[in-house]
Design a protein around this ligand. Structure first.
Ligand code: GTP
Ligand code: MG
Ligand code: ZN
Length: 299
């Protein structure tokens, strides 16, 4: 005897996992795993938010070697702009967009700088924010990832080693190039060479006609300017003196670039241990953070 039974198919459970939205960063379809894109590790929430916008947000690349000061710069900048009723305001979109500023501020309040950013893209923080200028109705949506410097260095030295970064740099509409002023002040020419490589890398990325990096804005920010008075007073002159290779690259290959100086602290100290030493922020006094971001966001 054959017995029949009704079995309810619960296939709706699978549809919950298959999210029907292309990744905002790499364009892959429905390739999500644990809330991150399987190909580029961009957060799923970011793609869902981007898909809801009338015009898609713009990606901003943040380039800099390891230890250049990217996490400190981004964390403090986002925190400042999201709290102060200033000329320029930002509104974070999605809880994931607040994590970077929260983690950075927590560390700085404890009297420590943040840890180096993990080299695996799945650990990178992303901020999606709405930017609003005072006295203007127009707003802008920007997406800014905090990338590990050593991964960027590898990609710049050996293009194609990080498809995630190649994709991100190709798709970005502008960039922040962060360079350690204290190293340049100490006549460490490796920073100038690094920056020259970064500019030539960007300029040679494939792009549609008239839409390459030669026409995209690049804000060049000398970080840790608390360690160099010359840099703080005149970042352009500092660049000409300490990073002449970079200046020449920019003049020959880019149309929109500008030099800025920024520092997160009034002073810092070094605590020496037996194995290693750590830098401690003494007074958190952000200087010159808003100008490069405002310049970039205004394009
Ligand atoms: N004096 C001074 N030191 C700074 C400043 N900003 C960052 N530093 C120092 O630079 C170190 C690196 O800063 P991060 O922001 O973590 O650098 P990063 O570019 O994110 O580095 P990766 O994550 O490894 O790519 C900090 O631990 C501090 O010692 C600053 O404004 N002034
Ligand atoms: Mg970092
Ligand atoms: Zn992706």
């Amino acid at each position: 005897m054959t017995s029949y039974a009704t079995q309810q198919l619960e296939s709706y459970r699978f549809t919950q996992l298959a999210v029907d939205v292309a990744c905002f960063v790499c364009g892959s379809d429905g390739a999500y795993e644990r809330e991150r894109c399987r190909h580029c590790s961009a957060p799923l929430a970011l793609s869902l938010q981007a898909a809801e916008q009338k015009s898609p947000p713009q990606l901003i690349s943040v380039l800099g070697a390891a230890n250049a000061g990217k996490t400190v710069f981004l964390g403090l900048l986002l925190d400042m702009l999201s709290r102060q009723p200033d000329q320029l305001q930002i509104l974070a979109r999605g809880a994931f967009s607040v994590s970077l500023q929260q983690a950075t501020m927590q560390r700085m309040r404890e009297g420590r700088f943040p840890d180096p950013t993990n080299t695996e893209p799945e650990h990178w923080s992303w901020a999606h924010c709405q930017v609003k200028f005072a006295n203007r109705r127009r707003t802008k949506e920007l997406v800014i990832p905090d990338i590990a410097g050593s991964t960027t260095t590898e990609e710049i030295e050996y293009p194609g080693t990080s498809p995630v970064l190649a994709n991100l740099f190709t798709k970005s509409t502008g960039g922040l190039l962060l360079l350690d002023a204290s190293q340049l002040e100490a006549s460490d020419s490796s920073v100038d060479y690094w920056a020259m490589k970064a500019v030539t890398y960007l300029a040679e990325l494939k792009a549609p006609r008239r839409r390459g990096w030669d026409r995209r804005p690049l804000a060049i920010v000398f970080t840790k300017a608390d360690r160099s008075d010359v840099c703080r007073d005149n970042p352009r002159l500092f660049a000409e003196k300490r990073a002449p290779g970079l200046v020449k690259q920019c003049e020959q290959r880019l149309r929109c670039f500008e030099f800025f100086a920024a520092s997160a602290v009034g002073a810092s100290a070094v605590q020496r241990g037996l194995q290693s030493s750590i830098h401690i922020p003494l007074r958190v006094e952000p200087y010159g953070f808003v100008e490069p971001f405002a310049w970039l966001a205004d394009f």
